[in-house]
Design a binder for this molecule. Structure first.
Ligand SMILES: Cc1cc2nc3c(=O)[nH]c(=O)nc-3n(C[C@H](O)[C@H](O)[C@H](O)COP(=O)(O)OP(=O)(O)OC[C@H]3O[C@@H](n4cnc5c(N)ncnc54)[C@H](O)[C@@H]3O)c2cc1C
Length: 263
């Protein structure tokens, strides 16, 4: 996991907005300062409109970087995200980033990256895929959802899907799909990179720990400032001695070693 150094607060406008699935939109914004230094796993904290309310910014993973433009993939779950999903091109936003640490892609201690995601947790995976591909690292996506409408695979390569209801791909959850994937292939040294709901990440962390598979997880929490001032994003993890410890997810995450995420 790598820490980000240069953070910018950019006033920008939405240059494109397109639907990506049920209640999900991808927004593009010109943010040259952020695009230049962003790493996969980083996030941005967005003031979603020019009005006083909502006051707090909302955090989103960087979904893609193309030249000076960054994309975020937003699922409409409440007030701030509905304002973003229903926004129009040209609307003004403030974007703070890149924030947080990033996935550890350059360690050289694995041959194949398995990118495991569930629901809106697929948001950071396109940027991660592009970074791995540029480095010549072999990768495969395992994407899960409750039903086929929850699968967000647009733009991804090498994808296998699972759905809880069996409406598309493997019938089961994405951790069961990972087990099947590993049983059926000779994959060499594997590292898992994951993002999704906490229940999925806990099951995945346990699976990887039991098999000594390297695993990094991108966590979510309710978050305020995004830079370690408001203490709103404290999460409890386990250290190497098995003791509980709290971290500020915005500063020491959102990417953590899976071994720290115990039940
Ligand atoms: C580091 C990080 C990266 C994220 N990346 C993405 C992303 O790429 N795409 C995306 O769609 N979402 C992402 N989220 C979640 C997103 O920030 C929240 O869904 C959003 O802040 C909710 O704002 P709202 O005003 O729409 O919801 P509100 O009206 O404030 O609340 C609606 C519901 O969402 C829940 N909620 C509020 N904040 C969060 C949160 N941070 N995480 C989970 N649930 C929340 C509330 O408890 C409530 O149930 C990320 C969160 C973090 C911390």
């Amino acid at each position: 996991m790598l820490q980000t150094s240069a953070i910018s607060d950019v006033r920008t406008r939405i240059t494109a907005i397109r639907p990506a699935g049920a209640d999900v939109s991808i927004l593009s914004m010109s943010c040259p300062e952020i695009a230049a230094v962003a790493r996969p796993g980083n996030f941005v904290n967005i003031k979603v409109n020019a009005a006083d309310q909502p006051l707090l910014r909302r955090p989103f993973c960087i979904h893609n970087v193309q030249g000076d433009t960054i994309d975020v993939m937003v699922k409409n779950v409440g007030r701030g995200t509905s304002l973003l999903c229903e926004a129009s091109c040209g609307e003004s936003l403030m974007v703070l980033g890149p924030l947080g640490n990033s996935f550890g892609t350059g360690t050289g201690d694995f041959d194949t990256a398995l990118l495991v995601s569930g629901g809106i947790g697929t948001a950071p995976m396109l940027f991660l895929e592009k970074t791995l591909a540029a480095a010549g690292i072999s990768f495969h996506h395992l994407v899960g959802g409750r039903s086929h409408t929850d699968l967000l695979t647009t733009g991804l390569s090498n994808v296998t899907t699972s759905t809880d209801d069996g409406s598309e791909g493997f019938h089961g959850n994405v951790v069961q799909l990972l087990e099947k994937h590993l049983a059926e292939r000779e994959v060499g040294r594997v590292k898992v990179f994951a993002c999704g709901p906490n229940a999925m990440l806990r099951a995945l962390a346990r699976f990887c720990r039991d098999r000594a598979i390297a695993c990094e997880l991108s966590l979510e929490s309710v978050m305020g400032c995004g830079v370690g001032i408001c203490y709103g994003c404290m999460v409890e993890l386990t250290n190497a001695d098995g003791e509980k410890e709290s971290i500020l997810l915005c500063r020491e995450g959102p990417v953590i070693d899976g071994s720290r995420f115990t039940a």
